[in-house]
Design a protein around this ligand. Sequence first.
Ligand SMILES: [Zn+2]
Length: 421
Amino acid sequence: MKPHRLTLTNHLVINYDLHRKLNMYQPRRATEQEILDFHAADYIDFLKRVTPDNAQSFTKLFQRFNVGDDCPIFDGMYDFCATYAGATIEASRKLINEDTDIAVNWSGGLHHAKKSEASGFCYVNDIVLGILNLLRYFPRILYIDIDIHHGDGVQEAFYTTDRVMTVSFHKYNGEFFPGTGDMKEIGSGLGKYFSVNVPLRDGIDDDSYIWLFKQVMQQVIDTFQPSAIVLQCGADSLGCDRLGVFNLSIEAHGECVRFIKSFRIPLLVLGGGGYTVRNVARCWTYETSILVDTELSNDLPPNAYIEFFAPDYQLHPHLSGKLENQNDKRYLQQVKQAVFEQLRYLQGAPSIQMQEIPPDILGYLEEGDEERRHGQEDSQAGRDSKDMGGRVEKEGEWYDAEDDQDREREQDGFGDVNIAD
Ligand SMILES: [Zn+2]
């Protein structure tokens, strides 16, 4: 499995020289034990064992685990999952260790996967695994999802807890995939009011989206006072997306990232959906530049894949105005009011105080140090670093146009960004 949009993103990031402003790491694979922190053992056992060649003998399980049409079986599927999940877990670990303020994994953000079920081309939910890890250290995590689809897998995983607030902006009419995301889904038990849904109609434009996003997120952050934020940046909310129905420009999508970054709260940034590949790469490159406070020329730099960006060869093509905006001012006000009403029930941040560091975190932090030492040794030793999440020391280790088709999966790693004060 070699997602082309990540190759394109890497080429743009590197040819814009953004890699000089961040630390890049080869992702380490998630261990089975780490994946089992959320997923059911029988489901993971199935993912590990099934291949296109032996799929026949597993057909009885296809329905149970929801694989088939939207979630096909392909060669190296488990490896693919362990790689993107490992990068998200490692990114969360770097935030916990205070190695960085912002960590990015564009290969992550697979928000539909459930405990025992694949969904919408998501098999393992790296976001849930990352948040579970963050909860070992941070008292309150805010999850924000700007993919055009509802972040159902993450919402479901944390539906009954007040330690994670989920906020999803998405197209909703009850039918659009995955069918959930009504405003009435607010959480339950201890988690009541901690799931926020912002349902939108077709064609939402830049001004409407940014206005609503900032109104809602300012209120959410003031109320919930998160200690860390996870931001899923699915790019299928852009205009002209092959599966999307919104009208957003890359600037507007990026403005959401800029706004969340401005709160200066430890931030984990993830990818997600996005089906017009060249625009996904443009969007995530632009958002990388925002995270490292760098302005980019609108003219794309020469790179091996430049022809994919014809005919304009620009970072910001015109994507807006293709669909009529069905979200009028009245509707937007109604949605805002309803979210504000819900937040009023929270009455200030929940009472979870920063507790004594739980006993398991102490061993965990030492373990992290140990791993980091190994990672450095391996990096010096060369190519073995990929399994350890080792830092990429030499530019050539990251980028080699000659054999990048073979190494693409290894390159789906995350950059780690330090905010410059
Ligand atoms: Zn999506």
